[in-house]
Design a protein around this ligand. Structure first.
Ligand SMILES: Cc1cc2nc3c(=O)[nH]c(=O)nc-3n(C[C@H](O)[C@H](O)[C@H](O)COP(=O)(O)OP(=O)(O)OC[C@H]3O[C@@H](n4cnc5c(N)ncnc54)[C@H](O)[C@@H]3O)c2cc1C
Length: 502
């Protein structure tokens, strides 16, 4: 079959997913410009949350050719070096999942192996002290990486906290400048082609009919096209990720600007704190099986550090993913494709994956099944891997209470079980190259949640006790010296990307 290029794309939905898709497609497919149309409905609005990101967002900003400081200014953004988990492993405990690398392999021995060897003797410091990101986050510091040979200053890894509405508005300006057409309106009906069930057109409340070759469903939890019209089906992951509600509210910031997302475990679920330049985002994620909405709202509202800036927003969701992200001529991106829950800030990243994997397998009008199948396999892998990382947080705690006992009692997904068992035997960390979360991420998570290996990896014995100790001490000292050179987060923002007041 000769190639028959796509000439028109209809993106339904103008949240973070819709505008990221529109900006990216118009940037990479100039021949499609003028053929991309985004339909959104102000009456329906967006989900209104989704402000903490992970490091690939920086790659996204650079790939799109945006100036990072301008994005930060325009979205009231702050910088994030990791996530601090308070009371998560058990009440009173705190650990951090920092971004970026930790330590160095020494003569072929991985850092985690020789750290365990010394930790077994009580001779290793807390894992945090070996990560520049962790030390920076604990002290509210931030800087971007600089040239400094063999120094962790060269590999500082970070993400952003940003105002989701301002981010969508920023992207919209770019997408429209690149020729994307925007229509304000509500899609009321979806017509399928009788011969093959592909989407033929959507009809707006105004009566206007819009037809395209390819449809991108960015309608959020509704999944108007992928589910409403195509009945694709949904895999429910509530058995592993039991939270199904959230309440969110922004408040005034008091105190210095931190450079981490703060997560605090509660009797049922957990609370987030996301610092932006102009406010703090707060939310409480919980399970309706264990807590009532008004109780959750009271807990959130009574613990705010400053004045609430609007009424709390109540949200419902079912963790899981659409059985197929791409079905016929419709690709679901964003919440319409699935939702894990926000504990590790994976939502925007999965949007980014959905878009970039689509670029790799962009169809022609023949919609070859091989492209569709490969896309679906890749996205299934991405979602499942991210799910396992989050499930590990819930499963591996020592917290008391009915909710947490329920989380521990559920069997882990098979892949996760193997990973945890390997770590429990000799502290070994398993990773497939395509995975989002690094070996370091798993190391901090499992150690932070007090998963103890039975013994250290024998490969560490190729270093003597003295050599292992020297290597550890060196890393720790270099990290402390580098952290001392980092400016405060507040200073960094004031110097580089302070947003206009307001
Ligand atoms: C509680 C919670 C916390 C979260 N926190 C994070 C986080 O910290 N970090 C992170 O990365 N992600 C987070 N997420 C996920 C993140 O919010 C989403 O991935 C992101 O906002 C993208 O949403 P969306 O664009 O898919 O959907 P929405 O924002 O819901 O947008 C849907 C769009 O579709 C339009 N629409 C719907 N129906 C129609 C119709 N019939 N006609 C026309 N238009 C229509 C709407 O008007 C809207 O424009 C969180 C999500 C939740 C629920």
């Amino acid at each position: 079959m000769p190639v028959d290029p796509i000439r028109s794309v209809a993106i339904i939905g103008g949240g973070t997913a819709g505008w990221m898709a529109a900006t990216t497609l118009s940037r990479f497919f100039p021949r499609l410009r003028g053929g991309i149309r985004l339909i959104e409905s102000a009456d329906i609005g967006t989900v209104g949350v989704g402000e903490a990101t992970i490091p690939p967002i920086i790659e996204y900003i650079r790939t799109l050719g945006f100036d990072e400081n301008e994005v930060a200014r325009r979205t009231q953004a702050t910088f994030k070096l990791g996530i601090v988990f308070n009371d998560w492993t058990r009440p009173g405990h705190s650990y951090i999942h920092p971004f970026g690398p930790t330590g160095l392999a020494k003569r072929g021995v991985p850092f985690c192996a020789y750290w365990h060897k010394r930790a077994e003797r009580g001779a290793a410091a807390s894992l945090e002290e070996y990560s520049l990101q962790a030390v920076g986050a604990r002290h509210g510091k931030f800087m971007r990486p600089v040239r400094a040979a063999n120094s962790p200053l060269e590999t500082i890894t970070y993400a952003l906290h940003l105002d989701a509405n301002l981010f969508a508005a920023y992207l919209r300006t770019h997408a429209q400048a690149q020729g994307v057409l925007r229509t304000e309106g509500k899609v009321q009906d979806v017509t399928l082609r009788p011969e093959d069930g592909f989407i033929e057109s959507v009809t707006l409340a105004s009566g206007e009919r819009v037809a395209a070759d390819l449809y991108i469903d960015c309608t959020g939890f509704r999944g108007l096209l992928i589910e409403g019209a195509l009945k694709t089906g949904y895999q429910d992951w509530t058995q592993w990720l039991p939270c199904d509600r959230a309440v969110a509210v922004p408040c005034e910031r008091t105190g210095p600007l931190s450079s981490h997302t703060l997560v605090t475990a509660r009797d049922v679920g957990w609370q987030w704190r996301i610092p932006l330049q102009h406010r703090v985002g707060n939310g409480y994620v919980y399970s309706s099986q264990f807590m009532k909405d008004d109780e959750a709202q009271n807990i959130l509202m009574s613990g705010l550090e400053g004045r609430a800036l609007r009424d709390p927003l109540q949200l419902r969701f079912t963790t899981g993913r659409r059985r197929l992200s791409w079905n016929k001529n419709c690709v679901a991106i964003g919440l319409s494709a699935g939702f894990l829950e926000p504990l590790e800030s994976t939502g925007i990243h999965l949007i980014q994956r959905g878009i970039f994997v689509l670029l790799n397998f962009f169809p022609d009008r023949n919609f070859r099944q091989v492209d569709i199948d490969r896309y679906n396999r890749q996205l299934a892998f991405d979602y499942e891997h991210a799910r396992d990382f989050i499930v590990a947080h819930y499963h591996l705690t020592e917290r008391p209470g009915e909710f947490w006992q329920h989380c521990r009692a559920t069997a882990m997904p098979d892949g996760l079980k193997e990973r945890v068992e390997l770590f429990r035997s000799h502290g070994r960390l398993l990773r497939d190259d395509r995975e989002l979360f690094t070996v370091q991420s798993w190391f901090y998570l499992l150690t932070g949640q007090n998963v103890q290996p039975a013994g250290y990896d024998p490969i560490a014995d190729s270093l003597s006790d003295e050599q292992a100790q020297l290597a550890l001490d060196e890393v720790r000292e270099v990290v402390a010296n580098c952290a001392a050179k980092m400016p405060s987060h507040q200073e960094f923002i004031a110097e580089n990307c302070a947003a206009a007041a307001g």
